[in-house]
Design a protein around this ligand. Structure first.
Ligand code: GDP
Length: 315
Protein backbone atom coordinates (compact mmCIF):
# COMPACT_ATOMS: atom_id res chain seq x y z
CA UNK A 1 0.00 0.00 0.00
CA UNK A 2 1.55 3.31 -1.11
CA UNK A 3 1.18 5.99 1.57
CA UNK A 4 1.93 9.71 1.43
CA UNK A 5 2.31 11.51 4.77
CA UNK A 6 2.19 15.31 5.02
CA UNK A 7 4.62 16.06 7.81
CA UNK A 8 5.87 18.76 10.16
CA UNK A 9 8.61 17.89 12.63
CA UNK A 10 8.37 16.11 15.96
CA UNK A 11 4.68 15.09 15.96
CA UNK A 12 5.23 13.75 12.46
CA UNK A 13 8.45 11.96 13.36
CA UNK A 14 6.78 10.07 16.22
CA UNK A 15 3.81 9.17 14.01
CA UNK A 16 5.98 8.01 11.10
CA UNK A 17 7.82 5.59 13.38
CA UNK A 18 4.45 3.94 13.95
CA UNK A 19 3.47 4.13 10.28
CA UNK A 20 6.55 2.16 9.22
CA UNK A 21 5.52 -0.62 11.58
CA UNK A 22 2.14 -0.80 9.81
CA UNK A 23 3.40 -0.62 6.19
CA UNK A 24 6.86 -1.21 4.67
CA UNK A 25 9.02 1.96 4.90
CA UNK A 26 9.71 1.80 1.17
CA UNK A 27 5.96 2.27 0.55
CA UNK A 28 5.96 5.58 2.43
CA UNK A 29 6.69 9.05 1.04
CA UNK A 30 6.84 11.84 3.61
CA UNK A 31 6.28 15.33 2.16
CA UNK A 32 7.84 17.62 4.73
CA UNK A 33 7.34 21.29 5.57
CA UNK A 34 10.31 23.52 4.76
CA UNK A 35 8.78 26.89 5.64
CA UNK A 36 10.49 26.75 9.08
CA UNK A 37 13.90 26.53 7.42
CA UNK A 38 16.42 29.27 8.04
CA UNK A 39 20.00 30.30 7.49
CA UNK A 40 22.06 30.86 10.65
CA UNK A 41 25.87 31.01 10.95
CA UNK A 42 25.77 30.76 7.15
CA UNK A 43 24.30 27.26 7.48
CA UNK A 44 21.06 26.08 5.93
CA UNK A 45 18.98 24.56 8.71
CA UNK A 46 15.84 22.51 7.95
CA UNK A 47 14.27 21.65 11.33
CA UNK A 48 11.33 19.60 10.11
CA UNK A 49 13.27 17.61 7.50
CA UNK A 50 15.90 16.86 10.12
CA UNK A 51 13.41 15.97 12.87
CA UNK A 52 11.61 13.50 10.62
CA UNK A 53 14.92 12.04 9.44
CA UNK A 54 16.32 11.66 12.97
CA UNK A 55 13.12 10.09 14.31
CA UNK A 56 12.95 7.59 11.44
CA UNK A 57 16.67 6.80 11.75
CA UNK A 58 16.22 6.14 15.47
CA UNK A 59 18.61 9.00 16.28
CA UNK A 60 16.19 11.57 17.75
CA UNK A 61 16.35 12.74 21.34
CA UNK A 62 12.93 11.47 22.47
CA UNK A 63 12.99 13.26 25.84
CA UNK A 64 14.13 16.67 24.66
CA UNK A 65 11.93 16.42 21.58
CA UNK A 66 14.44 17.93 19.13
CA UNK A 67 17.95 17.24 17.90
CA UNK A 68 20.01 14.08 18.19
CA UNK A 69 20.21 11.77 21.19
CA UNK A 70 23.53 11.82 22.99
CA UNK A 71 24.91 14.93 21.37
CA UNK A 72 26.94 17.64 23.06
CA UNK A 73 26.65 21.38 22.63
CA UNK A 74 30.30 22.36 22.74
CA UNK A 75 30.26 24.23 19.44
CA UNK A 76 27.18 26.21 20.52
CA UNK A 77 28.83 27.13 23.84
CA UNK A 78 31.84 28.34 21.90
CA UNK A 79 29.55 30.45 19.70
CA UNK A 80 28.01 31.92 22.86
CA UNK A 81 31.41 32.61 24.38
CA UNK A 82 32.54 34.36 21.22
CA UNK A 83 29.47 36.60 21.27
CA UNK A 84 27.66 34.94 18.36
CA UNK A 85 23.94 34.11 18.14
CA UNK A 86 23.37 31.15 20.46
CA UNK A 87 19.58 31.29 20.87
CA UNK A 88 18.95 28.42 18.45
CA UNK A 89 20.03 25.11 19.96
CA UNK A 90 22.36 23.33 17.59
CA UNK A 91 23.98 20.17 18.92
CA UNK A 92 27.32 19.02 17.61
CA UNK A 93 25.90 15.98 15.75
CA UNK A 94 23.06 18.05 14.29
CA UNK A 95 25.62 20.62 13.11
CA UNK A 96 27.24 17.91 11.01
CA UNK A 97 24.08 17.62 8.90
CA UNK A 98 23.86 21.40 8.44
CA UNK A 99 27.49 21.60 7.36
CA UNK A 100 27.11 18.86 4.78
CA UNK A 101 23.76 20.17 3.49
CA UNK A 102 25.05 23.72 3.14
CA UNK A 103 28.10 22.49 1.27
CA UNK A 104 26.09 20.42 -1.18
CA UNK A 105 23.54 23.20 -1.73
CA UNK A 106 26.47 25.54 -2.42
CA UNK A 107 27.73 23.13 -5.07
CA UNK A 108 24.37 23.41 -6.82
CA UNK A 109 22.45 20.37 -5.54
CA UNK A 110 18.73 20.86 -4.93
CA UNK A 111 17.25 20.45 -1.45
CA UNK A 112 15.56 17.24 -2.65
CA UNK A 113 18.89 15.81 -3.80
CA UNK A 114 20.58 16.81 -0.57
CA UNK A 115 17.75 15.30 1.48
CA UNK A 116 17.95 12.03 -0.48
CA UNK A 117 21.70 11.82 0.20
CA UNK A 118 21.37 12.59 3.91
CA UNK A 119 18.50 10.15 4.48
CA UNK A 120 20.32 7.40 2.56
CA UNK A 121 23.46 7.97 4.63
CA UNK A 122 21.42 7.63 7.83
CA UNK A 123 19.69 4.46 6.63
CA UNK A 124 16.16 5.87 6.39
CA UNK A 125 13.95 3.68 4.18
CA UNK A 126 11.10 6.17 3.86
CA UNK A 127 11.33 8.54 0.90
CA UNK A 128 11.56 12.00 2.45
CA UNK A 129 10.74 14.88 0.13
CA UNK A 130 10.88 18.58 0.96
CA UNK A 131 7.58 20.22 0.00
CA UNK A 132 9.53 22.41 -2.42
CA UNK A 133 13.10 23.00 -3.55
CA UNK A 134 12.45 26.74 -3.57
CA UNK A 135 12.84 28.54 -0.24
CA UNK A 136 9.66 29.49 1.62
CA UNK A 137 9.80 31.38 4.92
CA UNK A 138 7.06 31.56 7.53
CA UNK A 139 6.79 35.06 8.95
CA UNK A 140 4.82 35.91 12.09
CA UNK A 141 3.18 39.34 12.45
CA UNK A 142 2.58 40.00 16.12
CA UNK A 143 2.30 42.51 18.93
CA UNK A 144 4.83 42.53 21.78
CA UNK A 145 4.22 43.31 25.49
CA UNK A 146 4.50 47.05 24.85
CA UNK A 147 1.85 46.93 22.14
CA UNK A 148 4.31 47.53 19.31
CA UNK A 149 3.92 45.59 16.11
CA UNK A 150 6.63 43.10 15.16
CA UNK A 151 7.42 40.90 12.21
CA UNK A 152 9.68 37.93 12.85
CA UNK A 153 10.88 34.84 11.02
CA UNK A 154 9.12 31.83 12.53
CA UNK A 155 12.14 30.53 14.50
CA UNK A 156 12.70 33.97 16.06
CA UNK A 157 9.05 34.11 17.16
CA UNK A 158 9.12 30.54 18.51
CA UNK A 159 12.62 29.81 19.79
CA UNK A 160 14.22 33.21 20.45
CA UNK A 161 11.11 34.95 21.85
CA UNK A 162 9.42 31.86 23.28
CA UNK A 163 6.10 32.47 21.45
CA UNK A 164 5.32 35.31 23.90
CA UNK A 165 4.10 37.80 21.30
CA UNK A 166 0.44 38.00 20.44
CA UNK A 167 0.10 36.65 16.92
CA UNK A 168 -1.81 38.78 14.45
CA UNK A 169 -1.05 36.93 11.25
CA UNK A 170 0.99 34.19 9.60
CA UNK A 171 2.49 34.53 6.14
CA UNK A 172 4.55 32.19 3.95
CA UNK A 173 7.02 34.35 2.04
CA UNK A 174 8.01 32.92 -1.32
CA UNK A 175 5.05 30.54 -1.46
CA UNK A 176 3.72 31.99 -4.73
CA UNK A 177 6.95 31.05 -6.52
CA UNK A 178 7.40 27.66 -4.82
CA UNK A 179 6.81 24.65 -7.03
CA UNK A 180 6.28 21.21 -5.50
CA UNK A 181 9.55 19.29 -5.24
CA UNK A 182 10.03 16.55 -7.86
CA UNK A 183 7.82 13.58 -7.03
CA UNK A 184 5.45 15.33 -4.61
CA UNK A 185 2.37 15.60 -6.86
CA UNK A 186 3.06 12.22 -8.47
CA UNK A 187 3.23 10.54 -5.05
CA UNK A 188 -0.07 12.12 -3.96
CA UNK A 189 -1.75 11.09 -7.21
CA UNK A 190 -0.51 7.49 -6.92
CA UNK A 191 -1.11 7.03 -3.16
CA UNK A 192 -3.50 4.42 -1.80
CA UNK A 193 -3.66 6.51 1.38
CA UNK A 194 -2.77 10.11 2.23
CA UNK A 195 -2.28 10.89 5.91
CA UNK A 196 -1.86 14.27 7.57
CA UNK A 197 0.47 13.67 10.53
CA UNK A 198 -0.35 15.12 13.97
CA UNK A 199 1.51 18.29 13.11
CA UNK A 200 0.89 21.96 13.61
CA UNK A 201 -1.92 22.85 11.17
CA UNK A 202 -0.90 26.52 10.91
CA UNK A 203 2.86 26.46 10.41
CA UNK A 204 3.61 22.84 9.44
CA UNK A 205 0.79 21.49 7.26
CA UNK A 206 -0.65 24.75 5.88
CA UNK A 207 2.58 25.67 4.04
CA UNK A 208 2.71 22.24 2.38
CA UNK A 209 -0.89 22.61 1.20
CA UNK A 210 -0.13 26.14 -0.01
CA UNK A 211 2.56 24.99 -2.45
CA UNK A 212 1.03 25.28 -5.91
CA UNK A 213 -0.99 22.23 -6.87
CA UNK A 214 -0.70 20.37 -3.56
CA UNK A 215 -4.04 21.36 -2.06
CA UNK A 216 -5.86 20.47 -5.28
CA UNK A 217 -3.99 17.15 -5.56
CA UNK A 218 -5.01 16.19 -2.00
CA UNK A 219 -8.60 17.40 -2.50
CA UNK A 220 -8.86 15.24 -5.63
CA UNK A 221 -7.99 12.22 -3.47
CA UNK A 222 -10.16 13.23 -0.51
CA UNK A 223 -11.77 9.80 -0.22
CA UNK A 224 -8.29 8.38 0.44
CA UNK A 225 -7.14 11.03 2.91
CA UNK A 226 -7.24 11.12 6.71
CA UNK A 227 -5.46 13.00 9.48
CA UNK A 228 -4.57 12.81 13.16
CA UNK A 229 -5.39 15.61 15.58
CA UNK A 230 -2.35 17.35 17.11
CA UNK A 231 -4.74 18.91 19.65
CA UNK A 232 -5.71 16.72 22.58
CA UNK A 233 -8.10 17.85 25.30
CA UNK A 234 -8.12 21.42 23.98
CA UNK A 235 -4.34 21.91 23.96
CA UNK A 236 -1.39 20.95 21.77
CA UNK A 237 0.61 17.96 23.04
CA UNK A 238 3.71 20.15 22.51
CA UNK A 239 4.55 23.39 20.76
CA UNK A 240 2.70 26.63 20.15
CA UNK A 241 -0.32 25.66 18.05
CA UNK A 242 -2.59 27.17 20.73
CA UNK A 243 -0.97 30.58 20.12
CA UNK A 244 -1.28 30.36 16.34
CA UNK A 245 -4.62 28.70 15.70
CA UNK A 246 -6.80 31.55 17.06
CA UNK A 247 -4.89 34.02 14.88
CA UNK A 248 -6.06 32.19 11.77
CA UNK A 249 -9.60 31.67 13.04
CA UNK A 250 -9.27 28.09 14.27
CA UNK A 251 -10.62 26.97 17.65
CA UNK A 252 -7.94 25.20 19.75
CA UNK A 253 -9.60 21.79 19.76
CA UNK A 254 -9.62 18.56 17.80
CA UNK A 255 -12.62 20.02 15.95
CA UNK A 256 -10.81 23.28 15.20
CA UNK A 257 -7.76 21.41 13.89
CA UNK A 258 -10.01 19.23 11.71
CA UNK A 259 -11.69 22.33 10.30
CA UNK A 260 -8.30 23.38 8.87
CA UNK A 261 -8.76 20.44 6.48
CA UNK A 262 -12.41 20.92 5.56
CA UNK A 263 -13.00 19.46 2.11
CA UNK A 264 -9.58 17.80 2.06
CA UNK A 265 -9.89 14.82 4.41
CA UNK A 266 -12.34 11.99 4.63
CA UNK A 267 -11.29 10.86 8.11
CA UNK A 268 -9.93 12.32 11.37
CA UNK A 269 -8.37 10.50 14.31
CA UNK A 270 -9.01 12.08 17.71
CA UNK A 271 -7.83 11.19 21.17
CA UNK A 272 -10.05 9.35 23.66
CA UNK A 273 -10.28 12.60 25.65
CA UNK A 274 -12.00 14.22 22.67
CA UNK A 275 -14.52 11.46 21.97
CA UNK A 276 -17.35 13.89 22.73
CA UNK A 277 -16.32 16.03 19.73
CA UNK A 278 -16.72 13.16 17.26
CA UNK A 279 -20.41 13.79 16.39
CA UNK A 280 -19.74 17.47 15.62
CA UNK A 281 -16.71 16.64 13.49
CA UNK A 282 -18.81 14.11 11.60
CA UNK A 283 -21.89 16.31 11.22
CA UNK A 284 -20.29 19.72 10.70
CA UNK A 285 -17.23 18.72 8.68
CA UNK A 286 -18.48 15.51 7.09
CA UNK A 287 -15.44 13.52 8.23
CA UNK A 288 -15.51 10.01 9.64
CA UNK A 289 -13.90 9.93 13.08
CA UNK A 290 -11.85 7.26 14.82
CA UNK A 291 -11.17 7.55 18.56
CA UNK A 292 -8.02 6.12 20.13
CA UNK A 293 -5.16 6.94 22.51
CA UNK A 294 -3.04 9.33 20.43
CA UNK A 295 -0.33 10.27 22.95
CA UNK A 296 2.60 8.59 21.23
CA UNK A 297 4.78 7.71 24.19
CA UNK A 298 6.25 4.79 22.26
CA UNK A 299 6.25 3.22 18.80
CA UNK A 300 3.50 0.74 19.68
CA UNK A 301 1.05 3.58 20.42
CA UNK A 302 2.20 5.36 17.26
CA UNK A 303 1.53 2.19 15.26
CA UNK A 304 -2.04 2.04 16.59
CA UNK A 305 -2.57 5.70 15.69
CA UNK A 306 -1.14 5.10 12.19
CA UNK A 307 -3.33 2.03 11.70
CA UNK A 308 -6.43 4.02 12.70
CA UNK A 309 -5.52 6.74 10.18
CA UNK A 310 -4.87 4.19 7.41
CA UNK A 311 -8.18 2.44 8.09
CA UNK A 312 -10.04 5.73 7.77
CA UNK A 313 -8.14 6.65 4.62
CA UNK A 314 -8.79 3.35 2.89
CA UNK A 315 -12.11 2.35 4.44
P1 GDP B 1 7.30 20.72 15.00
O1 GDP B 1 7.54 21.46 13.71
O2 GDP B 1 8.50 20.00 15.51
O3 GDP B 1 6.58 21.51 16.06
O4 GDP B 1 6.41 19.52 14.61
P2 GDP B 1 4.99 19.12 14.14
O5 GDP B 1 4.29 20.22 13.45
O6 GDP B 1 5.07 17.78 13.49
O7 GDP B 1 4.39 18.81 15.52
C1 GDP B 1 3.85 19.67 16.42
C2 GDP B 1 2.47 19.17 16.75
O8 GDP B 1 2.51 17.78 17.05
C3 GDP B 1 1.98 19.87 17.98
O9 GDP B 1 0.78 20.56 17.64
C4 GDP B 1 1.72 18.73 18.96
O10 GDP B 1 0.53 18.93 19.67
C5 GDP B 1 1.64 17.49 18.10
N1 GDP B 1 2.11 16.29 18.78
C6 GDP B 1 3.35 16.06 19.28
N2 GDP B 1 3.37 14.86 19.88
C7 GDP B 1 2.12 14.31 19.77
C8 GDP B 1 1.52 13.08 20.20
O11 GDP B 1 2.14 12.23 20.81
N3 GDP B 1 0.19 12.90 19.88
C9 GDP B 1 -0.54 13.84 19.19
N4 GDP B 1 -1.83 13.57 18.93
N5 GDP B 1 0.01 15.00 18.77
C10 GDP B 1 1.32 15.24 19.06
Amino acid sequence: MKVVALAGGVGAGKFLRGLVRAVPPTDVTAVVNTADDMTLHGLRICPDLDSVTYWLAGLADRDRGWGRAGESFRALEEVRGLGGPAWFGLGDLDLGAHLVRTGWLGEGASLSEVTARLTAALGVGVRILPMSDEPVATVIDSMDDDGSGRTDPFQVYWVKRGARDEVKGVRFEGIARARPAPGVLEAIEAADAIVVCPSNPVVSVAPILAVSGVRDAVAARRERAAGVSPIVGGAPVAGMADRLMPAVGLEVSALGAASAYRGLLHGWVVDERDADLAPRIENVLGMRVAVTDTIMTDDAVAERVATAALELATG
